[in-house]
Design a protein around this ligand. Structure first.
Ligand code: PHE
Length: 346
């Protein structure tokens, strides 16, 4: 009878397992009791020829026997795997905690960049970017640099070897200001953007100068009268206070940039000594941060806007300086040195 035969298979299957000691033995067992051509499988397939009453009894029995054998097989397989290596003989303590995998972390400059972006985006600014290899047009011409401006010459700019067929001269951008024009060509005011990015200058390096460094450009433009120097001062003070976690005051000094009019250098109250005077601020109470100004109408024109229609401010500063102030780092070159003894402190 079929019922008896199924019970028998279940029994011999179970009883023959303990004698198996190898994976190969277990595999042979699997073929015999659970394989496609096993007796149990053949019996299960022939169920369809039985009468409904017989099916009711034999069907569930066949299935539960199969499930039981599968469970036995799994347990046995696990046991064999565990025992396949004699851990004790190998001198391995399998209960010891695992070795920690070092996953690394972000460079302090990148951490600072993310922090700056968070503060600006919370003020409604959008992060924009542009190419690191820029055309002379965006890096200089559109920003109202006169043709013979000294910063175009070989002293500051790494020019890319000219290609005779190219219409334009290319250079690793010397600042992020060119992105102002690129962005304005594609967008109409009101607009608020920040542009974090790498810039390159042909400078001798020392404790506060790198030939490759990170700048932050900030641009806010709206119709005439909406964005003034006071707006700039407010946005800058709000940003620096959030960044340093204390009240920071911004001071403007007259300066010159071809792409802003009027132009300023701006300082922040010294966050090291609370503006009382210390070695870092050379006892002035102020720290130099960057350049800024009201966007020159010629830059608007280069971007395709009508003269006199819009007004806005732009400013740029080096990110490394902020990182150095926040973490009290004495030498800018450490940031890009790849020296793990330095990097691991952050
Ligand atoms: N691009 C200027 C620099 O690299 C900084 C700047 C940005 C000045 C925006 C004014 C406005 O020095």
């Amino acid at each position: 009878m079929m019922k008896e035969r199924i019970l028998q298979i279940g029994k011999t299957g179970e009883e023959s397992l303990p004698a198996i000691t190898t994976m190969a033995g277990l595999q042979a067992w699997e073929v015999e009791y659970l394989g496609r051509k096993s007796e149990l499988n053949t019996l299960l397939k022939s169920l369809r020829d039985l009468s409904p009453e017989e099916k009711k009894i034999v069907g569930p029995l066949g299935n539960s026997t199969k499930q039981k054998l599968i469970a036995l097989f799994d347990t046995k397989k696990k046991k064999l795997l565990e025992n396949s290596i004699d851990w004790q003989a190998e001198g391995v303590d399998i209960t010891a905690p695992g070795a920690k995998v070092a996953i690394g972390h972000l460079n302090p400059l990148t951490q600072i960049e993310h922090e700056i972006q968070d503060i600006f985006t919370s003020m409604g600014f959008v992060v924009a970017d542009g190419p690191e290899v820029e055309t002379e047009h965006y890096n200089f011409d559109a920003l109202n640099f006169p043709k013979d401006h000294p910063s175009r010459d070989m002293q500051d700019t790494f020019w890319i070897k000219p290609d005779k067929k190219a219409k334009e001269r290319y250079l690793p951008r010397t600042h992020t200001s060119g992105v102002q024009v690129r962005y304005m060509e594609a967008h109409k005011p009101p607009l608020r953007i920040i542009v974090p990015g790498k810039v390159f200058r042909n400078e001798a390096t020392d404790a506060s100068h790198e030939h490759t460094f990170h700048q932050f450009e900030c641009l806010m433009v709206d119709v005439e009268g909406q964005v003034t120097v006071a707006t700039f001062k407010y946005v800058a003070e709000t940003f620096f206070s959030a960044f340093f976690g204390e009240k920071v005051t911004v001071r403007l000094r007259p300066s010159f940039f071809p792409f802003t009019e009027p132009s300023f250098e701006f300082d922040i109250s010294c966050i090291i000594c609370g503006a009382h005077g210390c070695a870092t601020c050379k006892h002035s109470g102020w720290l130099e941060i960057g350049g800024a100004g009201m966007v020159n109408q010629r830059v608007f024109e280069a971007a395709g806007y009508k003269r006199g229609q819009y007004q806005g401010f732009a400013w740029g500063f080096g990110m490394a300086r902020l990182a150095m102030m926040k973490y009290k780092i004495a030498d800018i070159r450490l940031l890009m040195s790849g020296d793990l003894r330095f990097i691991r402190q952050f």
